[in-house]
Design a protein around this ligand. Sequence first.
Ligand SMILES: *Cc1c(COP(=O)(O)O)cnc(C)c1O
Length: 403
Amino acid sequence: MPPRMAPTSSSLPDAHGHFGRFGGMFVPETLMAPLQELATAYEQAKADPAFHAELDGLLADYAGRPTPLYFAERWTKTLGGARIYLKREDLLHTGAHKINNAIGQILLAKRLGKTRIIAETGAGQHGVATATVCARFGMECVVYMGQVDMDRQALNVARMRLMGAEVRSVTAGQATLKEAVNEAMRDWVASVEHTHYILGSALGSHPFPMIVRDFHRVIGIEARRQILEKEGRLPDLLIACVGGGSNAIGLFHPFLQDESVRMLGIEAGGDGIIPERHAARFQGGKLGVLQGTKTWLLANADGQIELTHSVSAGLDYAAVGPEHAYLQESGRVQYDYATDTEALAAFKQLAHTEGIIPALESAHALAGVIKIAPSMNPHQLIIANLSGRGDKDVEQASKYLLD
Ligand SMILES: *Cc1c(COP(=O)(O)O)cnc(C)c1O
C-alpha cells in the first residue's frame, strides 16, 4: 500500500505557521512581536554558516552526535520478521533526544541577546536538557514543573537544581505539564524583553513547531545516511512515539519525500481508549486550540481539556503537534497507540533481548514494532527511534513488572 504524498511537506509551515488547517499563532497580543522576532532571528541563523558551525560542534562534542544506528539482531530473531534497527538517541548527553533542541534554541537565545531562559517540563527530561545548556552558557534558568510531576520525578528535579536551575512548582489544576506550560507562558509575557522560552516539543505557537522540528531533523538525516551505508537502501518503515511529536518529526521529516518509506507514530493508549484514561489524540480527539496552536486535542463536549493518563509522563499531554495533525490528515503518516501494558511489555522485552533499557516513552514505539514486525518479511527494514534511556523509569516500571 503506497502512502499518499503530502504536498511538498518540506515547504511547510507557511509564513504564519500553518500546516494545512493546523498550527498558527494563537497567543496574547504581547507575544506576537517577540514570536516574529524569534522567527526572523531563526531565518537569519539558518543562513549563517557560523551558526551551523557552532551548532554542529556542540552536537558532536557536547551532546555526542552522531548517535549509532544499531541493528537489534537478537530482538529481530525473537520477533521473526523485518530487520529492526534502533536509532540510539538514548546515548546522547542527558539521556534523550531533547538536548538537540535545547542546544539549538540556546544558541538562538544568545543571538537574540537574551540572558534568562525559561522552560516547562513534564517528566523532567526537557527541564534537565534546558538546565544543562543554561549551565553550559552561563544563563539564568527557571523551569516550571507541576507538583505532581516533581514528586514522580524527584531525581530530575535534583539534577536540574544541581546544574543551577530554579525549579518552580506549579500546583494549579492537574499540577502536571499543561499547567506548567501555562505558567511558563505567563512568565514570558511579563519577561520577554530579556527572556527566551525554550519550548520542549514540536508544539505551541509558530515558529516553535518549525524550529523544534528543524533542530531534531538531525535524527532522520543521520538515520538516512546510516541505513544507506549499512543496507544500501532506504527503510520500509519508520516508527516513533508521539507526545508533542518532536522525536517523531525529527526522524520522519527527512524521509517525507521518499514514497516507499512508510511511517507510523505511536501515541499513549494508557488504560485503553476510555475518556480520561489515555493520551491518544488521534483516537477520538477534537479539533481545537491549546497553548498557541490549532490541532487535535482531548476535550469534553463543552470544549474543556480532558484529563489524560499514560504510564510515561513524556507522552501524557492533551494536544499533538500541528504538523502531525497535518501528516495524519494527508495520510502520509499513520498513527496508532500502545497501552501502558503493551509499553511495559516492550520495555521488558528490549531489556531482556538486547541489554538496552528504553525510556517508557520510547517503549511505546517499541510496542508498535512488536505488533508489526512479525507480519513483515525478513528482507524488510524497520527503523525505530529509541528516543531516550530508561534509567529514570526503572523504579516505576518495577512496580508493574514484578512477576
Ligand atoms: C519528552 C520525551 C518524549 C516525548 O516527546 P516528543 O516531543 O513527542 O518527542 C519521548 N521520548 C522521550 C525519551 C522523552 O523524553
